[in-house]
Design a protein around this ligand. Structure first.
Ligand code: SAM
Length: 219
């Protein structure tokens, strides 16, 4: 991943106008957003739109999230370089690539096999080696590698799946869009001394998390 690409200037503008100007200040998050080539995570037809202030379709009715929302959720995770992170909802692999800049290791679960395969290809193409993409129902988490210092759910869930709370390390942070199917609140849970603190950070709009502890139908 180098800045010697035709979109470097647009990417810097995206960070300045959409992200830093709206209050994201963590220098590591800003650096990751400046570095990861978002245009290589969208379908070729959308490449020229990759740095717009919006989500974009990635096929199978799914989306790559708006850059600002990726930055907000990443900042709320407060990642350290030695952390292991679980992402639920791999989508394009873009959010996983951002997390991979900030943590030691990322496990990312995607429900749809073709979406997962596309994300693997995207991540390989940009040279990301510390993300493992796996296919499954991410509402159950990934107990084999738990506990996690950070957990991010990038699809809308009616409530935070219990298995994911159980897989959060002491001091760990979980960030998720939670609420109704059409409109949610961004919520962060932090596990401290065995208890879980919950804070809300405003309204968001995500595609549904479909699974045992999420929504129960794709329609
Ligand atoms: N993080 C992604 C990115 O950077 O492109 C965007 C994620 S997209 C908004 C939500 C994704 O969650 C979709 O790809 C969808 O198939 C996936 N998903 C929905 N329910 C899931 C589940 N139970 N387990 C894993 N993935 C799920």
């Amino acid at each position: 991943m180098t800045d010697a690409d035709p979109y470097a200037e647009l990417r810097n503008e995206m960070v300045e106008r959409q992200i830093r100007a709206r209050g994201i200040s963590d220098p590591r998050v800003l650096a990751a957003m400046r570095k990861v080539p978002r245009h290589l995570f969208v379908p070729p037809a959308y490449e020229r739109s990759a740095y717009q202030d919006s989500p974009l379709p990635i096929g199978e009715g799914q989306t790559i999230s708006q850059p600002y929302i990726v930055a907000v959720m990443t900042e709320l995770l407060e990642l350290n370089p030695e952390d292991t992170v679980l992402e639920v909802g791999t989508g394009s692999g873009y959010q996983a690539a951002i997390l991979a800049e900030l943590a030691a290791r990322v496990i990312s679960i995607e429900r749809l096999p073709s979406v997962a395969e596309n994300a693997r290809e995207n991540l390989e193409r940009v040279g990301v080696t510390n993300v493992e993409v796996t296919v499954g129902d991410g509402t159950k988490g990934y107990p084999a590698e738990a506990p996690y210092d950070g957990i991010i759910i990038t699809a809308a869930t009616p409530s935070i799946p219990e298995p994911l709370i159980d897989q959060l390390a002491e001091g760990g942070r979980l960030v998720a869009p939670t609420g109704a199917r059409e409109f949610q609140e961004l919520v962060r849970l932090v596990r401290r001394d065995g208890a879980v603190e919950r804070t809300s950070f405003g309204g968001v709009c995500f595609v549904p998390l479909i699974g045992q502890y999420g929504w129960h139908g794709a329609e």
